[in-house]
Design a protein around this ligand. Sequence first.
Ligand code: NAD
Length: 484
Amino acid sequence: MVSRVIPVDPFDLVIFGGTGDLAQRKILPALFRRYCAGQWPEDAQIIGAARGDHTPDEFRKMTAESLRQNAPMRAQDVDALNGFLQRVDYVSLDALSAEGWQSLAKKLKENRVRAFYFSVGPSLFGPLAERIRLHDMASEHTRIVVEKPFGHDLGSARALNATLAAHFDEGQIYRIDHYLGKETVQNLMAVRFGNMLFEPLWNSQYVDHIQITVAETVGIDGREDYYERAGAMRDMVQNHLMQLLCLIAMEPPAKFDPDAVRDEKLKVIRALDPVEPHHIVRGQFAAGPEGPGYRDVVSNPRSTTESYVALRAHVSNWRWAGTPFYLRTGKRLVARSSVINVMFKDAPHSIFGEEAGRHANALSIRLQPNEGITLKVTIKEPGPGGMRLIDVPLDMSFAEALGPENQDPPDAYERLVMDVIRGNQTLFMRGDEVEAAWAWTDPVIAGWQARGDVPKPYDSGSTGPGDAELLMKRDGRRWQGIKP
Ligand code: NAD
């Protein structure tokens, strides 16, 4: 089964910060893969725009090198590379001065989709938006794309929203959370709302609890200054984990339409109870065989920034009253693994007696690596003798059904950038969602600061601090393993 490629309309995509890490490592490779897939119309163009003084040829060379490193190429893709590079241009430009803007304006074509990707620090979002307007580059077909971090707290997020709103309508602003572009995240919605099987059970009557884990093996290398100011709560929980929580917990939207979906997500965030201090564990990785500890790599040897958070959240509405959501994320953990586990309740009565043990279903939605969905079901252990029960995975990695050409789903950025061109905001965060997420996160961080909270050290390569295990144990539950 070959997935359908629907070509997009002609577009100009300007990447501010085109020479930066994100553009070179993620955005341009994603665009190249969509080009190879035949999704580009004939005369689409990409214009890198950054402060560096490069000629278009130098930028193309830099891009070709990045593509070779970051976009695995088949023989036919190597042939396509030249065609792609012919669509790539460059302007040296400063967001904070008039330099380069006239040249950029001249390169843009009329009457087509015009997208501006702000792949730069958030302090430049306002100046860029202002200059796009000033140079008359914005039309009704204009979209802007902004990257995380979207603010540092509620106040700064509000200010950023207001700055962008002064120049663009909300319908033109695409706030990226790349987790939403993952194939499995969208499959989660398809599984929930496209099947009769799951939705009737998707509530506190049948679901005991939900676990959302985003574990990373990497540390904070190269991002020390940013991370020291952010920590895991701002860097991961406020955006990625909350977005996943929303998709799991939201009510069925009336249709798969950007505002209908985002309205339902917003209701979930607004229904979240404040987190009790004893329902949250912070950790900081210590030195180990894999490398130095957190405090060894940041400038402050007494830093209290957390590289790990585990917390118990409650969505106070009819559907979820009494079903806790356990969220955890951390750096330098035992494996790279992002997974949502929906843990169903035990059957109310076991006809098989004590010796059959206790069994419950679990639906695991793996985001990375090896995207896929697994349903754990209870069956009889094969062989003669008594009725012994075991839990086995009913694997829905979809590989067999979909065929080998679908084993390698498109990278999240491929889908998201094409959605920008198509003008589909469903998988992007709306301004009010981001603000609501900060409104929930801010008091947690303020509480730590007020109490002078110090994160618990944990071993690099472990599953996090022991207190996170206790958080579950106290509730008579346990975390699922963190497996690669
Ligand atoms: P980077 O430092 O590698 O690149 C920054 C780019 O901005 C460069 O091209 C630079 O020339 C350009 N730039 C800086 N000042 C400018 C100015 N005044 N005018 C015009 N151009 C200017 O940064 P990055 O890692 O690519 O990150 C860009 C943004 O994306 C940041 O906000 C970052 O937090 C966010 N982000 C990055 C990643 C990632 O994996 N790198 C992931 C998520 C979000």
